[in-house]
Every structure is written in C-alpha cells, then in structure tokens.
Design a protein around this ligand. Structure first.
Ligand SMILES: Cc1cc2nc3c(=O)[nH]c(=O)nc-3n(C[C@H](O)[C@H](O)[C@H](O)COP(=O)(O)OP(=O)(O)OC[C@H]3O[C@@H](n4cnc5c(N)ncnc54)[C@H](O)[C@@H]3O)c2cc1C
Length: 320
C-alpha cells in the first residue's frame, strides 16, 4: 500500500498534494492500493475534496495539537499513522513543510528517504526514483534500500495534478492521539510580511523577467505584461540580487520551484539554475533577442526579438 500524506493550511488543500496523489497512482500502477492521509484540525472539507480521487481511502488525522503546524506534532502523528497502516511507500509533495518535518520523521522511523523526486522508473525490475543532483546537472536514479516504508517526496511540477485518476473514496478517521506535552515548538501568528508574500508555487500564470530588462525602471514593462496576462510577476536571480524585485519572487534552484499553466520568460537566458525552478510549467513562452539562448530549448513558443518591442505589442493585443 502507498500512503500519501496531503498538506493543508487553514482547511485549504495545497495544490501540490494532488501532484503527490498523481505520483502515487503512477507508482501503484494498479497493483497496489493508494490511501491519502491529511493531518490538522478542521479538515473535513479537505478530506471531502481528496475523496474525489480514485484511492482506497482518505484518512483524517484530527487533533487540536495539529491545528497549527509544528514539526514535533506532525512527526508524532505521521509516525502513528504509518505504524497503523504499514505502507510500503509514503509519498509527500516536496513543500517547505515537508522539508521541515519529513527528515525527522525518516530518522525517527529509521527508514530511507528520497527527496525532490521528478520521475519514477523501472531499473532492472526495481523501482527507482529519479532526482536531480548538482543543481540539476545530473539526474540520479535512486533505489531506496532497507526495510519499508520508503519515504519519497515529489518535486512540485514533476507530476500533473490534472492527471489524478478521479473516483470516490471513503473517508475514515484515523485514531491517533497527539501528546501535546512533547511539542517543543510554540507557533506564533504568521508575520505580516508572510501574509502578503506571494506563493508563486500556486500561481497559474507567471511572467518572469531577467537581466535582458537592463534597468530597474524597465521592470515596469514586465509588470504591465504580467498584469495584461493576469499573471504573477517573477524573476531570475540577478534581478532579485540587484534588489529590483524582492527575493520571494526569484525562480530557480536558490528560489522558488513553480509549475504554472503558463510561464513567460522575458529576457532570461535559461541557465540551468533557473530552468530547474520552472521547467515543470505546462506552456513556456520565451522572449529573447538571442536565437541561441538555452531557454529556447525548453520553450513551447519562442519569440526571437527585442523585448522592448515585443512586450508592448503583446500588452496592447492582450488588452484588446
Ligand atoms: C549556486 C547558484 C545558484 C543560482 N540560483 C539561481 C536561481 O535560483 N535562479 C536564477 O534565475 N539563477 C540562479 N543562478 C544564476 C544563474 O546561473 C544565471 O546567472 C541567471 O539565471 C541568469 O539570469 P538571466 O537569464 O536573467 O540573465 P542573463 O544570463 O544575463 O540573460 C539575459 C538574457 O536576456 C537577453 N536579452 C538581453 N537584452 C534583451 C532584449 N532587449 N530583448 C530580449 N532579450 C534580451 C539576452 O540575450 C540573454 O539571454 C544561480 C547561480 C549559482 C551559481
């Protein structure tokens, strides 16, 4: 059996959890049942949403102590569900929260953990999990060793949420008690900045601007293009390093990993450190004056030309 641990915040499902369900269905290949667990408090609606997948069961892990995320409570609850369910694999989306508590969970269980997985392959009869290494320069096929369950986290954008096989799953409450006295962290209210911060991983459309924009004043051109597309504005690293846009809008290996439906790269060359953050986008449009720019290798639509001519033309067309 494969157990997916879905992620929710304030009763809202993280879209990346659907991608983990899609990955679990691929891994199961119809030979193994898939179950989905969701932890928190006030998660009935999230469970109902997850029950629309073709899975064997949705397990709700409800406890007051899981209301606000803390690694201690989540490790404890996840370990209890895993012990009760005895899955062969545990899959999670590779979110910030997963990165925070799953290494501890794997250590607590003394089981193998493969992170940031982009594909599931057959390696001479064994199941291998492909993951990028060395900033995406290599992709390694990793076969986890040792007793099960093997823990696997799925890179955002590697599997498609809309590929989830739909169905109708029963919902059951997992009987897990969380001992609140062992929780060492005291969650504080999210700080103001985090509230306003954009979560680009959830954006459906992104316009990203690179060094081709040349100066801070010109960033407005990209901003207008983003507005015309109804898109979030993002950037390559030099733009954020220069302080032309805040760090939270950086895409790439040292920024955010995104998987929007549409990604428009404006004046971005397509360095590997940028590509690893956005190559999961469904449709990639690149605007670059250099026809040899590496971004065109992964673009679905390429526009070779001066962005200062093309962006205004696109804006006026979109406004029509
Ligand atoms: C450890 C490490 C981590 C990194 N992490 C990240 C990361 O997270 N994200 C990231 O983005 N980078 C990252 N980088 C940097 C990365 O290697 C590249 O340097 C960076 O992505 C380049 O940004 P760029 O494409 O905007 O700029 P450039 O490579 O300078 O490309 C600018 C492009 O604009 C085009 N252009 C110029 N003028 C015009 C015009 N008028 N019209 C149209 N096109 C034009 C040019 O042809 C060129 O292709 C990292 C590097 C290292 C070493």
């Amino acid at each position: 059996m494969i157990l997916v641990i879905a992620e929710q915040k304030d009763g809202r499902l993280n879209r990346a959890s659907w991608e983990a369900v899609a990955a679990a269905q691929v891994l199961a290949g119809g030979r193994m049942p898939v179950k989905v667990a969701v932890m928190g408090s006030g998660i009935a609606a999230v469970a109902t949403e997850l029950a629309q997948a073709a899975v064997a069961e949705v397990l709700t892990v409800e406890a007051d102590a899981l209301g606000s995320y803390t690694p201690d409570a989540f490790v404890q609850a996840a370990a209890a569900v895993i012990a009760a369910q005895a899955p062969q694999y545990v899959l999670l989306a590779h979110t910030y929260q997963t990165r925070d508590f799953v290494p501890t969970l794997a250590a607590r269980l003394d089981r193998a953990l493969v992170t940031d997985v982009i594909a599931i392959r057959d390696a001479a009869g064994q199941t291998a999990f492909a993951r990028p290494m060395f900033q995406g320069k290599l992709v390694a096929d990793v076969v986890p060793q040792g007793p099960t369950p093997h823990l696997v986290t799925i890179q955002i954008g590697a599997f498609r949420a809309d590929a989830v096989q739909k169905g109708q799953a029963p919902i059951a409450a997992a009987s897990v008690t969380v001992d609140a006295t062992v929780i060492r962290q005291r969650p504080e209210p999210p700080f103001q900045e985090a509230k306003q911060a954009v979560d680009l991983s959830q954006a459906e459309r992104i316009v990203a601007v690179g060094r081709g924009i040349k100066s801070q004043e010109n960033v407005a051109v990209a901003e207008q293009l983003a507005q015309a597309f109804g898109a979030e504005l993002a950037a390559s690293r030099p733009i954020c390093d220069n302080g032309w846009l805040p760090m939270e809008r950086q895409i790439g290996s040292s920024g955010q990993t995104v998987a929007p439906k549409l990604y428009v790269a404006v004046g971005i060359s397509g360095a590997i450190q940028h590509l690893v953050g956005m190559k999961g986008a469904r449709t990639i449009v690149a605007i670059n004056k250099d026809a040899e720019a590496p971004i065109f290798e992964i673009a679905d639509y390429g526009i070779v030309g001066d962005l200062f001519e093309i962006a205004p033309a696109l804006i006026s067309e979109l406004k029509k």
